[in-house]
Design a protein around this ligand. Structure first.
Ligand SMILES: NC(=O)c1ccc[n+]([C@@H]2O[C@H](COP(=O)([O-])OP(=O)(O)OC[C@H]3O[C@@H](n4cnc5c(N)ncnc54)[C@H](OP(=O)(O)O)[C@@H]3O)[C@@H](O)[C@H]2O)c1
Length: 337
């Protein structure tokens, strides 16, 4: 193992959509673990839309970044040195190493992973934070009933694809909204959506009316903006709207104008805000239920992998432009050293 630690740094808050120049890079000595700490090598780096909000130091996140700090983020890593009684060399862990090849941890908030239970990368996707967001948000806030229509935007991403498949496996009819014909085709063919509407192709409100003739009982919103407004035109009586993410707004300097809320009143609809961290105690449930469906072959996912940590800034910019197709990940190192 070399003694250098390559890192991608936060350089400045982006103006609008992020560009690679918003990031820096450096190489420093690999840190040495103190008593009660372990050192791990990063294998998989998760790229998540919320990093864009961390880059503007949004107060809802615990992370604080100053120029020159390594970028923060979730990773899958392997312990290479340990002075911590709970972690042994060779253990695979889900740990917040950030955008760097090596980091030390005191074990707080670290999850051990069983490399034989599911592919390690799923700990950052369908069996990790995004999967939990889709699962808990749908089951506990959306509360779909068999036969009801569940619509989800960003339908092929890690959150959306979990919502669509869990809804179907709970007996609801799932309808996706996605940004290309290829994504919609994958959503129907591979993920089992009853229909998927490409919002870049014509009148979204009319297309949703056709795909959801009985109206929308549950809308799981990952994007906000015009998509949310189009859904408002198609609500069923008693609809539930789970507000999960507003990716379009993350790269705006000022919040966009809100949609007209009149139809929410007419439909007696309920709007609920979702924060995944309120549901962390349900992670074992996600792993049992969705992990079981994965082992049975009933649940699919897709990954959009960039190779090498130096590719992370461009891959993150692609995610924020909506150009990823599946869970955005960076392969920082091979799973086996
Ligand atoms: N509330 C919480 O606790 C929580 C937790 C995790 C994630 N989230 C949110 O959930 C949403 C989905 O996250 P994810 O991790 O599953 O990622 P993701 O689906 O891979 O997110 C990127 C996708 O968003 C879609 N998108 C729609 N409008 C966009 C726009 N204007 N710019 C860029 N992308 C756009 C694109 O798909 P299409 O081409 O199909 O539109 C793009 O591929 C995000 O908003 C995220 O912030 C919330």
């Amino acid at each position: 193992m070399s003694d250098r630690n390559f890192r991608i740094l936060f350089a400045r808050t982006p103006s609008g959509l992020p560009v690679p120049e918003d990031f820096g890079r450096d190489e420093v000595a690999i840190p040495t673990p103190a008593d009660g700490q372990f050192l791990s090598r990063t294998i998989w780096l998760s790229l998540d839309p919320y990093y864009r909000n961390v880059m503007k130091n949004s107060p809802i996140y615990g992370d604080r970044l100053a120029p020159g700090d390594p970028m923060v983020g979730e990773t899958v890593a392997q312990v290479v040195q340990s002075r911590h009684a709970g972690f042994a060399v060779g253990d695979y862990v889900a740990v917040r190493n950030g955008w760097q090849q090596y980091a030390v941890s005191n074990g707080a908030g670290v999850r051990k992973l069983d490399a034989t239970a599911a592919p390690l990368s799923t700990a950052l996707g369908v069996l990790g934070m995004p999967g939990l967001t889709g699962y808990a948000g749908l089951v506990y806030l959306g509360e779909p009933k068999p036969g009801q229509t569940v619509v989800v935007s960003a339908a092929t991403g890690p959150v959306g694809s979990t919502v669509g498949q869990v809804a179907r496996l709970m007996g609801a009819r799932s309808v996706g909204i996605a940004g290309s014909a290829a994504k919609c085709d994958y959503a129907v063919r591979e993920l089992g959506y009853a229909a998927c509407v490409n919002y870049r192709d014509g009148d979204l409100r009319a297309a949703l009316k056709e795909a959801c003739p009985e109206g929308i009982d549950v809308y799981f919103d990952n994007v906000g903006g015009d998509t949310l407004a189009a859904v408002f035109g198609n609500l069923a009586l008693g609809a539930r709207i789970v507000l999960c993410g507003m990716i379009e707004a993350y790269s705006m300097d000022r919040p966009p104008a809100g949609p007209f809320l009149g139809p929410v009143v007419g439909a007696r609809a309920t709007i609920k805000g979702l924060v995944v961290y309120d549901h962390m105690h349900r992670l074992p449930e996600l792993q049992r239920v969705v992990g079981g469906w994965i082992r049975d072959g009933r649940f699919r996912w897709r990954e959009d992998v960039a190779d090498g940590l130096e590719q992370a800034p461009e891959a993150f910019c692609r995610l924020m432009r909506g150009q990823n197709f599946g869970k955005a990940l960076v392969r920082v190192a091979p799973e086996r050293a």
